[in-house]
Design a binder for this molecule. Sequence first.
Ligand code: AMP
Length: 283
Amino acid sequence: MQIVTTIEELRSIVKWWRGEGHSVGLVPTMGYLHEGHKSLIEKAVSENGRVVVSDFVNPTQFGANEDLSTYPRDIDRDAALCEAAGADVIFHPTPEEMYAPDSCTFVDMDRLTKGLCGKTRPTHFCGVCTVVSKLFNIVTPDRAYFGQKDAQQLAVIRRMVRDLNFNIVIVGCPIVREQDGLAMSSRNTYLSEKERKAALVLHKSLTVGEELLHAGEKDAEKVKAAILKQIRTEPLARVDYVELVDAENLEPVKKIDGPILAALAVYIGKTRLIDNFSYAPET
Ligand code: AMP
């Protein structure tokens, strides 16, 4: 497995692979990889001749007061995980390699990016769409892999690929959790021991909501209220949002009569964590 830092070198490797007739999979990440990322890489390896994992803490998707400078980084550990998962290349560029100093072109999206995480992170999805478009243009993959953990991001990327006619199949992958239910995240490393325990409330509260839905509850407000009530049992938790939205357009729903996404963002101490589940009533 190779660590590649320049766009030029990556392009020439992909060209070589194409000459040999290989299909190419891309797994975009911000590094500090864990089992959740690994599941995406393994899926990509099982479906493509060659796999690129991008490992880049993308500055344009962080707001001014967010954790860009403290976001955890460990390229040596990441390289070992990628190699074990069967990736062929890690693309690990510098911000200067990715963005010219006078770069002023962005890919932005209306509607799907306004609610959920877009409310507290108004510039985030523009940064995501821009960097993912750039990676798509650099790697020109056949398939790209994204986790359901970031459900809004997955919906946004699917919409961007449709709207801008990228010839790439987007593959969504299930959330990988710790044994006690906490969704794996690079940001979990910010949590103290006490906060780590408190963070279980995200999954616990979603489970309460999911059980209500499976028991036949159709009123979104009631499900939301039950989730909120459970979160409020945890003194270290502060709710950013809890929403039940249409699975495709991410608009809030009142009545559950089609596929939905139940998503939340909760601060545990200073760390903002997200989690979600998808649900579709039986027809
Ligand atoms: P990140 O490095 O956090 O930007 O994540 C890179 C990709 O890995 C995204 O598509 C995430 O949705 C996905 N991912 C992160 N955590 C998990 C998880 N616990 N389970 C599944 N996918 C994940």
